[in-house]
Write a protein that binds this ligand. Structure first.
Ligand code: FAD
Ligand code: AMP
Length: 475
């Protein structure tokens, strides 16, 4: 096998593997190196997203949501199912099968695109060389014309509450519980903490979420976070804001978590503790001396707006570089870099990266929040439409939440769209497309939406921005 490639990608997660496939589609010779190891010792492409993040979490969110609906919503439909039995082993088996199918799919995609998969560790050497160490210890030095670093991120540990793999776990550990903990503690009310807290709460755990910040979901639109907090609390999550965890100790199979809030130091005792305080870039043993690639003060690989590092021919994408830690952001960067290497047009529009929280009701947004637009000083208008006024949402027994469009007064440009409600993560795609094409709220208003659909709520919210909504009061 040749050790010369046009492109060597280090990291086979959702940033690295699309970069490898697109580079191969661009008729370049490509190798993709990945060292992911599962807890059973097996290896798989797909990185955090497919093995321990997006995909397994969504599998469990779906299963646990079905349990919740069977217990709490079926009755409204006139369906009675008696006691709902939950088989955690069966649920976990389904999740594992979905993960396996997804990760094996990458190997099939590599095969058909002509990407060489290399499982083991990659380390960038000076002169666009990459040292590859296979899992059996065998080493090879690859020569590349371009190297794409896509080494991802890892969970942050709280020094005062270190992971022990059983009682104090990271998000991956919390996806693998083999039984529903009676009492679950979650540190951090970020997206990951809230999704995992929702899963285990719906399956019966008492869940307490400790969040250091005084505000809930501060990155979301204020109205959305307010509505979201109400629904998470209604689900039964005991969310304590302004609660900074200072330590945790394990004894007798219990975890005593200490936190401080306005009332001083407080203890809370749980059976399992998930630390979900954020993720940090992962670059362990990635860069040899003298490569010319720099890390910033927080450990991210330093790149410009086109994902170029300081070393010619070396690029970096995904969670290991600045920007939101989202799989789709990494994918766009990976694909754009592979196109740029091939001399094709490539650009990532960082202004329209959607965010989704897979709660129930789901939360999704793109662009600026109302607070951000207000702070910018630009005159704006807002249109909202409640799902309670949507025929489809009523038929689905899913009337919580609303759709909100924020648009500029001067040229009617859509500046942000914020949705909390059923299928928000799917609906936001229309807003992303609209904003990608710099659509005005009038463009959305004049676009025909099928009836009865949830997406009519977005249509009506755009109409409401000009007080022309048909199916709700124009306030
Ligand atoms: P990773 O997915 O971390 O992949 C990096 C890969 O590189 C890994 O396989 C790693 O082993 C390998 N690697 C690292 N260094 C080397 C080396 N030197 N040599 C060889 N291989 C190496 N994002 C979303 O957009 N939507 C979601 O719903 C979502 N849900 C999430 C849920 C959870 C519980 C978690 C933890 C994360 C979630 N994320 C979600 C975030 C998402 O998983 C990450 O943003 C995404 O995986 C980042 O992709 P990446 O390719 O940059 O890195
Ligand atoms: P995210 O970065 O979105 O994954 O969210 C992580 C959350 O954890 C943030 O909202 C942080 O404020 C919160 N957090 C970080 N450290 C602590 C701590 N010691 N105690 C409680 N919450 C914390």
């Amino acid at each position: 096998m040749s050790d010369q490639f046009d492109v060597v990608v280090i990291g086979g997660g959702p940033a690295g593997y699309p970069a490898a496939i697109r580079a191969a589609q661009n008729k370049l010779s490509v190798a993709c190196i990945d060292e992911w190891q599962n807890r059973d010792g097996s290896h798989a492409f797909g990185g955090t997203c497919l093995n321990a993040g997006c995909i397994p979490s969504k599998a469990l969110l779906e299963s646990s949501e079905l349990v919740h609906r069977a217990q709490h919503e079926f009755k409204a439909h006139g369906i009675s199912v008696g006691t709902v039995e939950v088989d955690i082993a069966g649920m976990q088996k389904r999740k594992a099968a979905i993960v396996r199918q997804s990760t094996q799919g990458i190997l099939a995609l590599f095969k058909s695109a002509g990407v060489t998969p290399l499982q083991g560790h990659g380390r960038l050497l000076p002169g666009l060389k990459v040292e590859f160490t296979a899992h059996d210890g065998a080493k090879r030095t690859l020569q590349a014309k371009h190297v794409i670093l896509a080494s991802g991120s890892q969970p942050m540990e709280l020094k005062s509450a270190p992971f022990d793999g059983r009682h104090v776990v990271d998000s991956w550990g919390a996806l693998d519980f083999d039984a529903v903990p009676k009492r679950l503690g979650v540190i951090g009310a970020g997206v990951i903490g809230l999704e995992l807290g929702s899963v285990w709460r719906r399956l019966g755990a008492e869940v307490v979420v400790l969040e250091a910040l005084p505000d809930f979901l501060p990155m979301a639109d204020g109205q959305v976070s307010k509505e979201a907090l109400r629904h998470f609390r209604k689900l039964g999550l005991d969310i304590r804001l302004g609660a900074k965890v200072t330590g945790a100790s394990v004894a007798g199979g219990e975890v005593t978590v200490a936190y401080t809030d306005a009332k001083g130091e407080q203890p809370v005792v749980v059976d399992r503790l998930v630390v979900a305080i954020g993720r940090r870039p992962y670059t362990r043993d990635l860069l040899a001396e003298g490569t010319g690639v720099a890390l910033d003060e927080r450990g991210f690989v330093q790149v410009d707006e086109h994902c170029r590092t300081g070393a010619k021919g070396v690029w970096a994408v995904g969670d290991c570089v600045r920007g939101p830690m989202l799989a789709h952001k990494g994918k766009e960067e990976g694909v754009a870099v592979a196109d740029a290497i091939a001399g094709l047009y490539a650009e990532v529009n960082y202004k329209v990266i959607p965010s989704v929280i897979y709660s129930a009701p789901e939360i999704a947004w793109v662009g600026l929040t109302e607070e951000q637009v207000k702070a910018s000083g630009r005159a704006y208008k807002v249109g909202s439409f409640p799902f309670a006024a949507s025929g489809r949402a009523r038929a689905m027994e899913a009337t919580a939440g609303f759709c909100k469009v924020v648009a500029a007064v001067d040229n009617d440009e859509i500046l942000g769209v914020h949705i909390i409600g059923p299928m928000a993560g799917e609906m936001i795609a229309e807003a992303v497309l609209a904003m990608e094409y710099s659509a005005s709220s009038e463009d959305l208003q004049r676009t025909i939406h099928a009836h009865p659909t949830l997406s009519e709520a977005l249509h009506e919210a755009a109409l409401a921005a000009d007080k022309r909504a048909i199916d709700c009061l124009n306030k």
